[in-house]
Write a protein that binds this ligand. Structure first.
Ligand SMILES: Nc1ncnc2c1ncn2[C@@H]1O[C@H](COP(=O)(O)OP(=O)(O)OP(=O)(O)O)[C@@H](O)[C@H]1O
Ligand SMILES: [Mg+2]
Length: 210
């Protein structure tokens, strides 16, 4: 018996970005359902930084930014991010595979800017990554996003409840770094009901996959 043929085509890559509470996780789940129903294999991937957690641990109890400097850690994390993406996207990707991530260039640059690092050298590093086939920007007013996070059943976002200005500063960081992203971000109105947000995203995706 012969083994099944390996499909070496590259997977479709979808980036979903937005401030905390803009509805990324909600949209990712709906898109996965939509795609899987249509015979694709849709996966969610997050590429979180281990280096930052190590830095935070080593610097504890002071914030890591004060101990190491934001540029140093953000650069280290950028190389870690490149390695993670190469590791997951390069080998043996099956046909009809769709990877949806909420950790990619748009978010990494905004997070670095939020942490007061210089995003430009990092943008040069991330330019070496493939552009996503579709990049969705969930556009939501920071006040509305904060309300959503606070009313989320899990109430898991401790940093948001402690640091009241974080989401607004994050929104500014996303705006400030938008010009450094080397591909088009599709704006999606994230204040619409979840079904409408998902339908708009699915329409863009279907146009891409068909
Ligand atoms: N379009 C929407 N309209 C109203 N409420 C929504 C919408 N999308 C998501 N929500 C609700 O808002 C809350 C935050 O959504 P979600 O967890 O998907 O955001 P997120 O962007 O993944 O946040 P985080 O960055 O903190 O992970 C959840 O309780 C979710 O049910
Ligand atoms: Mg989420």
């Amino acid at each position: 018996m012969c083994p099944a043929r390996l499909h070496l085509g590259r997977p479709v890559l979808i980036e979903v970005a937005g401030i905390d509470g803009s509805g990324k996780t909600t949209l990712v789940e709906r898109l996965r359902g939509h795609l899987n129903q249509r015979g694709h294999h849709a996966y969610y991937r997050a590429w979180p930084s281990t280096y930052k957690r190590i830095a935070a641990d080593l610097a504890h109890p002071i914030p890591w930014q004060e101990f190491f400097g934001a540029d140093q850690i953000e650069t280290a994390a950028a190389f870690e991010n490149l390695a993670a993406v190469h590791h997951h996207l390069a080998p043996l990707d099956h046909a009809r595979q769709v990877i949806i991530t909420d950790t990619y260039t748009v978010r990494w640059l905004a997070t670095a800017a939020l942490n007061s690092a210089d995003p430009e050298p990092l943008a040069a590093l991330y330019a070496s990554l493939r552009a996503p086939d579709l990049s969705l920007w969930l556009d939501l007013d920071p006040g509305a996003a904060r309300e959503r996070v606070l009313s989320r059943p899990s109430r898991d976002h401790l940093t948001t409840t402690r640091d009241t200005g974080r989401i607004a500063r994050y929104a500014q960081a996303f705006a400030a770094t938008a010009g450094l992203v080397p591909y088009h971000r599709h704006r999606v109105d994230a204040s619409a009901p979840p079904g409408q947000v998902a339908a708009e995203a699915a329409r863009l995706l279907d146009g891409l996959l068909n």
